[in-house]
Design a protein around this ligand. Sequence first.
Ligand code: NAP
Length: 328
Amino acid sequence: MSHSFRAIVVNKVNDRFVISIKDRSIDDLPDGDLLIKVEYSSLNYKDALSASGVKGVTKDYPHTPGIDAAGIVEESKDKEFPVGSTVIVTGFDLGMDTSGGFSEYIRVPSRWAIKCPDGLSTRDSMMIGTAGLTAGLAVASMENKCEIRGSKTIVSGATGGVGSIGVNLLSHLGSEVTAITGKIESTELLMELGASDVVDRGEFIESTRLPLNKGMYNTALDVVGGAILSSIIASMNYNGVIAICGNVGGPKFDTTVFPFILRANCLIGIDSAGCPIENRKVIWEHFSSDWKLNNLERISRVVDLENMIPEIQKILEGKQTGRVLLKL
Ligand SMILES: NC(=O)c1ccc[n+]([C@@H]2O[C@H](COP(=O)([O-])OP(=O)(O)OC[C@H]3O[C@@H](n4cnc5c(N)ncnc54)[C@H](OP(=O)(O)O)[C@@H]3O)[C@@H](O)[C@H]2O)c1
């Protein structure tokens, strides 16, 4: 097959990164044993890093971002994934140095794909996407250490992709969730997602004494890093579990050994991109059954290729709320 299709392409022009929509040919796609006709993709913070030339994400341009894709297998060299199967691909190198999901077609190694679980459409799966997988991995890591039901959780970057699904999932599982946000005007939305309390990000930082504050939370999901993470670590109860996955507020944080040696706190790093496929399957199965969330439509917006371009800039500025889906 060698017909053409449409994709978002980021090009390096002098020292600027220019985003446009281009016609591409199937022959331009990298090798791989699955050719997938993408039905939906979704926007994640990493896509904006790729689209703005951050070297640690994408080295070579022209490039098509999109770390998430869900669609139908159109050509297959792997009998586990026959033509016509519905699949989800997230992370690994997709959208980093492998042509990504902001495109009508992707070609990937079959070891990156999982079958879309019964009960989840391609659209449902992309409302979850890498953001949800990451929130899910964080929750699974908490569950390994403590009881979620009845716990008190704090979630940062609460209106963002990982944060909003994190708030919704943790409250669905019976935790009392405090949402930390820079968008206090989104309080009503966060309450609808299940937050019991919404705290302004600046107030939270200012009211916290480092390195040890009053212990208030049993579990934490942090996507921000920086001063927010310092304040979260200081505010955990004895045996607190803090899952960290992001750095939108900066990679460095201030703490000492005391929250760990006096309160037996535990800091856990979450990585969705390189996470083994077997672990992902467990999380996706949860999302199609006992973790099925009813509020995802409420926090998702669907755009086409043209309208995805301004959304990429918006996520880079921390101005997105919830999830942006790309319909192809
Ligand atoms: N480790 C992994 O596998 C993994 C996977 C997915 C994402 N991530 C990382 O997690 C982070 C969030 O990703 P996302 O896709 O959820 O992005 P997102 O949708 O943009 O959400 C980030 C949220 O953080 C808050 N925020 C933004 N800028 C901030 C700043 N300067 N200081 C404090 N808070 C700020 C905003 O929420 P409020 O306005 O509500 O505060 C924003 O909506 C990124 O760093 C991303 O790279 C990591």
